[in-house]
Design a protein around this ligand. Structure first.
Ligand SMILES: Nc1nc2c(c(=O)[nH]1)N[C@H]1C(S)=C(S)[C@@H](COP(=O)(O)O)O[C@H]1N2
Ligand SMILES: [Mo]
Length: 258
């Protein structure tokens, strides 16, 4: 048996690694650090005193965001993700959220408004009818959740690009950020926002979105993992300040796409 050179009482407190496990995993998955990171390597990587978990967290987050920015720059805005025939659409779709489907609080489509803020020339809130009168587009694409499942779904709605044009968004801004009725903030880079397969979806499989799937409005993109697609959207902001997101602030990749 190979014995550790350290007696247990000499070993640095491994719980430091545990504290940062989600971020470390995310960096590992993205090939930024190798699996089986040791405490020594963590100190080297972050240059931090590991007794200050906030400092380590900050350094790891900085690494993660730097890589997100690089990935966003490499994103090809003209490349389309694969699409599928209508016959492949799963009905009903698979549900996921950070809580159980029985906990979903339906949104009232009549009183619902879509707030618009930030670097736009028109901040007028939008009603559901307003959105329905804009040009629509449909796509049948694969939804992939990091939990390890996927399905083919068919969404229609207003291309986010069309919407951004209508509100006079400054498309030189870096980010488009979303708020939702269930407090699940999310954000994407502008290139992804302008991608032709990025929709403000109103329908699934030719019918109005059902409550569990984001009625009246959810973001649906072909180029991002499931968690980047907020349901029950209530507000859109165009901004240059990094907005983060629900899972992103818990160590998951912000770019999370192709
Ligand atoms: N508002 C909101 N949007 C959300 C979530 C959530 O918890 N709240 N979960 C995300 C995750 S992890 C996934 S996989 C998809 C699931 O979308 P679906 O239920 O339409 O399949 O929604 C995403 N959008
Ligand atoms: Mo997900």
């Amino acid at each position: 048996m190979i014995r550790s050179p350290h007696r247990p009482e000499d070993a640095p407190d491994a719980s430091v690694l545990d504290t940062h496990r989600p971020l470390i995993r995310s960096l590992e998955r993205r090939g930024l650090i190798r699996g089986g990171l040791s405490l020594g390597a963590l100190v080297m990587l972050t240059g931090c005193d590991v007794k200050r978990p906030e400092a380590v967290e900050q350094a790891l987050l900085a690494m993660s965001r730097f890589n997100d920015r690089v990935q966003a720059l490499l994103f090809n805005p003209n490349q389309l993700a694969p699409t599928y025939p209508d016959s492949k659409i799963l009905r009903p779709p698979k549900f996921n959220a950070y809580y159980d489907v029985t906990q979903v609080k339906p949104v009232d489509g009549n009183s619902w408004r879509l707030e618009v803020s930030g670097l736009v020339s028109n901040r007028r809130p939008w009603t559901l009818t307003d959105l329905q009168t804009l040009p629509q587009r449909s796509m049948v694409i694969k939804h992939i959740c990091v939990e390890g499942w996927s399905y083919i779904g068919g969404w229609s709605g207003v291309p986010l690009k069309t919407f951004l044009e209508h509100v006079g968004a400054d498309t030189r801004a870096k980010y488009v950020a979303f708020k939702t009725a269930d407090n699940y903030p999310s954000s994407i880079d502008m290139a992804t926002a302008l991608h032709p397969q990025t929709l403000l979806a109103l329908d699934y499989g030719g019918q109005t979105l059902a409550d569990p799937f984001g009625f009246p409005l959810r973001l649906r993109m072909s180029t991002k993992l499931g968690y980047k697609n907020p349901k029950w959207v209530t507000a859109i902001e165009v901004t240059n300040t990094y907005p983060g997101g629900y899972w992103e602030s818990r160590g998951f990749s912000w770019f999370a796409g192709i």
